[in-house]
Design a protein. Structure first.
Length: 292
């Protein structure tokens, strides 16, 4: 005759635990929304945006860049022009590229105002503008930044917003806008170089986010001209490439080992585009170019 099955005390305890979990889940599901609002929430981090036109081309602006492009400067033709280069380590690389391109032409001076390991998540960086103007007259500004901004937003050494969150984007846009506004107050023609494709997919997504914020801020600041680098640093499929053509048309290594920064020839390639924009649009540079 088969033995009757008898549940052990541990079996009863397991069954009771499962029943309790079920009841609690049911209560939470049916709990009024007002009651749920008082419960602690898990921070939501928004996903990175998809690629936008900001990665490939500067948005159209009404009128000339800069606004005084067609106004002849008063006084004698300039004997020298000064470009203040600002930003982070990418900006400092741009300073090196521009300096090497024009080192033999003493009519061009490049103020080294960029700093390593800085970003808009740490401060508004307007002290860079103050320092450049304190050093002497400035005819144009070149800005490149974003390598260090993939982090939470800090105000007064306190974290205020998680990276990529809506609050982070609003705070970041505010600091970018304040920096651009100060440039406009001094009527400084500015070339803002957008971030390139990065080797890591998540870094590229973050670069797109920063490019979009900068692009939106520049739409209402006529003294700011955007210079995209996405297309020149991507292959035919839009992916990261470490090798592409330099100023002489020779394909070579153009990105640094970290997959973020550039090799020297790439900074010079971008710098050549910067100089062309200045010579074609900004009066003092146009005059120097016409003199040969």
């Amino acid at each position: 005759m088969p033995r009757a099955y008898k549940d052990s005390p541990s079996s009863y305890r397991c069954a009771n635990v499962r029943t309790l979990i079920f009841v609690l889940s049911l209560l939470l599901f049916t709990m009024p929304a007002q009651a749920q609002q008082g419960m602690p929430s898990i921070p939501f981090v928004e996903p990175p945006p998809p690629p936008t036109s900001a990665d490939f081309a500067a948005p159209p602006k009404g009128g000339a860049w800069p606004p005084n492009a067609n106004v002849a400067p008063a006084g004698p033709p300039p004997a020298k022009v000064t470009v203040a280069v600002m930003g982070d380590s990418l900006g400092d690389g741009m300073w090196g590229g521009l300096y090497r391109l024009m080192v033999r032409d003493k009519r061009y001076s490049f103020h080294r105002g960029a700093k390593n390991s800085v970003g808009f998540t740490g401060s508004d960086l307007t002290d860079m503008i103050d320092a450049a103007l304190a050093a002497g007259p400035v005819d144009a500004v070149v800005m490149m930044i974003g390598a260090n901004d993939r982090r939470s937003f800090f105000v007064g050494n306190q974290s205020k917003a998680l990276f990529r969150s809506k609050a982070w984007q609003e705070l970041y846009a505010g600091r970018v806008g304040a920096f651009m506004d100060k440039l406009q107050q001094h009527k400084l023609p500015t070339i803002w170089i957008l971030l390139p494709v990065m080797r890591a997919d998540d870094a590229s997504a973050d670069a797109r986010l920063i490019n979009e914020i900068v692009t939106n801020a520049a739409r209402t600041r006529p003294y700011v001209k955007l210079l995209p680098t996405w297309q020149m640093t991507a292959d035919e499929n839009g992916a990261y490439q470490a090798h592409f053509k330099d100023l002489k048309g020779v394909t070579r290594l153009m990105r640094a080992n970290d997959g973020v920064h550039f090799a020297d020839p790439a900074y010079e390639l971008i710098g050549d585009s910067v100089l062309k924009l200045l010579r074609e649009n900004v009066p003092p540079f146009k005059i120097l170019a016409a003199k040969g």
